[in-house]
Design a protein around this ligand. Structure first.
Ligand code: SF4
Ligand code: F3S
Ligand code: FES
Length: 250
């Protein structure tokens, strides 16, 4: 009698949207690839195996493979997720992969989130504004209370993956909506004592339907954020502050 225990591995079927808008002969269609599941298989590894073994032309984005760069976000069975942090063992055998909506499609599963994020950042001026201060390179760094530093750090953990945008009904309907990621950045800089902007400056940037008042509290953003950022509470906080100052959007 052999002591070897036979474990049957699942045969996974990946249904992937194929389309290259740069190629006039390309039309959107689903293509299926089969792969035997290995222990600890992630979508990142699976996609690389598919590219190596089946189709070298398959396009998708990865940089860090560790949930840090935000470039591997895609729709996994219809829900935004980071491919490098998604284990196939938590998915059914048939796995559908499509590119994130809202962002410009490059090809297959690759989208251009960078241009969207840069435009949003420029529009919301997401950097510390302290133009009035003299910069003294010999001065000690400004002290900040640890609790406040922690609060700012918490909001800094955004990796600009775009999952909150893909999961948001308003972002699907309004091109100009800054999304949960944009509102999170406003909350982050509003909290920062080094930023000399008045509250009114922040409210001017997001006090309309393309900002706080476009949010319909659908909560998909927070549900799908891979960094589990407190998006809904930050948006609610901004809305309450604006309402208390008589700003109601519209
Ligand atoms: Fe991604 Fe979350 Fe940042 Fe949105 S807020 S871009 S989901 S990390
Ligand atoms: Fe969209 Fe999140 Fe608001 S999903 S509608 S930004 S709560
Ligand atoms: Fe960087 Fe997935 S490859 S977050």
């Amino acid at each position: 009698m052999s002591d070897i225990i036979q474990t049957s591995r699942r045969q996974l079927r990946f249904h992937i949207l194929r389309y290259n808008p740069q190629d006039e002969s390309s039309t959107p269609h689903m293509q299926t690839f089969e792969l035997e599941e290995a222990d600890g298989l992630t979508l990142f590894v699976a996609l690389n195996e598919i590219r190596e073994q089946h189709d070298a032309s398959l396009c998708f984005d990865f940089v860090c493979r560790a949930g840090i760069c935000g470039s591997c976000a895609m729709l996994v069975n219809g829900q935004p997720a980071l491919a490098c942090r998604t284990l196939t063992k938590n998915l059914r055998e048939d796995i559908t992969l499509t590119p994130l909506p809202v962002f410009k499609l490059i090809a297959d599963l690759s989208v251009d989130t960078g241009t969207w994020m840069r435009d949003m950042s420029e529009r919301l001026q997401t950097w510390v504004h302290n133009e009035g201060s003299e910069v003294d390179i010999n001065a000690l760094e400004q002290r900040m209370e640890p609790e406040l530093a922690r609060e700012i750090y918490e909001l800094e953990r955004c990796i600009e993956c775009g999952c909150c945008i893909a999961a948001c009904g308003t972002a699907h309907m309004r091109d100009d909506f800054v999304g949960a990621v944009g509102l999170l950045k406003i909350a982050r800089f509003k909290l920062d004592p080094r930023d000399e902007r008045e509250d009114a400056n922040f409210y001017e940037l997001v006090g309309d339907e393309s900002g706080v008042f476009g949010c319909m509290t659908l909560l998909g953003c927070e549900d799908m954020c891979p960094k589990e950022l407190p998006l809904a509470s930050q948006i609610a906080y901004l809305r309450r502050k604006m309402a208390s100052q008589g700003i109601k959007g519209g």
